[in-house]
Design a protein around this ligand. Structure first.
Ligand SMILES: NC(=O)c1ccc[n+]([C@@H]2O[C@H](COP(=O)([O-])OP(=O)(O)OC[C@H]3O[C@@H](n4cnc5c(N)ncnc54)[C@H](O)[C@@H]3O)[C@@H](O)[C@H]2O)c1
Ligand SMILES: [Zn+2]
Length: 406
């Protein structure tokens, strides 16, 4: 994966420029350039989560595009675990809300001040784009900061409180990208790759965090625990980096089989073992008689967190990224698990803008070496069947479920 050509200075210049432009986007739609306004309808359908486990398809007027704004015709959007939580419980108290943050689409109209994306690439009508985050006035959140401050304080489209624009999420026909947002031109990626950018950025960040320990190396023996989309993407990224010795651990054989397609050199089904000692023995066997140099914890299960230390060698490393939500406490033995083994542990939480740029390169590299990353999208639904899509997601019938517009 060659990242040397990412022009970091330019990206940052643009981020700062965007931040300066923020708030000046009032409503001078008359100055906006347009692909042919006549093709843009007056209204757009938006899937609003209006009650627990229920989306309504609402129709809202498409607002005037201001000098710094972009109107995007949505092509598709993945359903994320966070959406599943919102759908089931609304933990963020956002209902009614336009959800969908793993989306992509085509620019159909943009204001006269919009010239470049957040990486310094030109933007034109017809370009395919994704968004990352919307900056608040916080210069600490930049793409350089590998956790000087993570993006927990930034907003993202698809998780915004409803307002009088309403076109705030990617489960819709059109999304209204306001000045000050981050936007990337990803016209060189196909639709499924673009839908997978957001979850892939989570793992690019996790691998960067892992690399910061100095333990994850070219010839490392690695365990990836959990083969949902998160663990599977982790495996693909490690493989793309040239790491060969990757053992996937899960209880679902179908997922373990897919882990092999994405680059795992071996798999361990924890259901084949009784007790953690036996399971650790199984992992060791799969690694040719060695414990792992490094492990990625990609489940939300406290028991899995407790187990993973047993898979790691003395002086090894661990990246814990599975607990995006509070899944409860996990029991560990500080003597055996951390202190006497001198384990180095890093946590990983979402991503930075910098990770987005890296993710685009990863997706291209993965394809080049023949990893079938697009097969992660197992089910697709049109916008008007969004309730079915989310129910399929909750039933865990596939891996990544996506809403695809015609
Ligand atoms: N750090 C972040 O920024 C971030 C971002 C997104 C998601 N996440 C978290 O990552 C986790 C994984 O996400 P996902 O979408 O892949 O979820 P998922 O539920 O689809 O996958 C989890 C997998 O773990 C397996 N599993 C459960 N218990 C296990 C155990 N004891 N040992 C081994 N495998 C076990 C399950 O069979 C399943 O295949 C979630 O908990 C999510 O909250 C973190
Ligand atoms: Zn997501």
């Amino acid at each position: 994966m060659d990242l040397s050509n990412v022009n970091v200075e330019e990206i940052v210049r643009q981020v700062i420029l965007n931040m300066e432009n923020k708030g000046q986007s009032a409503s001078t739609g008359s100055t906006a350039s347009s692909a042919g306004g006549s093709q843009i309808p007056k209204t757009a359908r938006v899937a609003m989560l209006t009650a627990l486990e229920h989306f309504d398809i609402k129709e809202f007027p498409i607002p005037e595009v201001g000098d710094d704004d972009i109107l995007v015709k949505v092509e598709g959007c993945g359903i994320c675990g966070t959406d599943a939580h919102e759908f089931k419980r609304d933990p963020f108290g956002l209902i009614p809300v336009a959800l969908g943050h793993e989306g992509t689409g085509e620019i159909v109209k943009m204001g006269k001040n919009v010239k470049k994306d957040s990486a310094g690439k030109d933007l034109h009508i017809g370009d395919k784009v994704v968004t990352c985050m919307i900056f608040k006035d916080n210069p600490d959140i930049t793409m350089f900061d590998l956790n000087k401050q993570n993006v927990g304080g930034a907003d993202v489209y698809g998780l915004l409180p409803d307002d009088d624009i309403h076109l705030n999420g990617w489960f819709s026909d059109y999304i209204f990208i306001r000045g000050g947002s981050t936007v990337f031109n990803v016209s060189d990626l196909d639709l499924y790759s673009r839908i997978l950018i957001e979850p892939c950025a989570v793992l690019i960040h996790a691998v960067e965090r892992a690399k910061s320990t100095g333990i994850l190396r070219f010839n490392s023996r690695v365990v990836v625990q959990g083969c949902g989309p998160i663990g599977l993407i982790c495996i693909a990224i490690l493989r793309t980096m040239g790491i060969q010795n990757i053992i996937a651990v899960d209880g679902e054989q179908k997922r373990l089989d897919f882990a092999r397609q994405l680059g795992a050199s071996g798999t361990v089904n924890f259901k084949d073992f009784k007790g953690i000692e036996a399971l650790a023995g199984g992992v060791k066997d799969a690694l040719g008689g060695y414990l792992a140099d490094f492990a990625f914890q990609c489940t939300g299960s406290p028991a899995a967190h407790s187990n993973i230390y047993k898979f790691i060698r003395n002086g090894g490393g661990l990246c814990e990224l599975g607990f995006f939500i509070n899944g409860g406490d996990a029991t560990i033995n500080p003597h055996f698990d951390i202190c006497s083994k001198e384990i180095t542990i890093v946590g990983s939480w979402v991503y930075t803008l910098r990770d987005y740029a890296t993710t685009f390169d990863f997706l291209k590299s993965a394809k080049q070496i023949g990893l079938p990353i697009e097969k992660l999208i197992t089910h697709t639904f049109p916008l008007d069947q969004i309730n079915e899509g989310h129910k399929t997601n909750l039933a865990m019938k596939g891996l990544k479920i996506a809403i695809i517009n015609k």
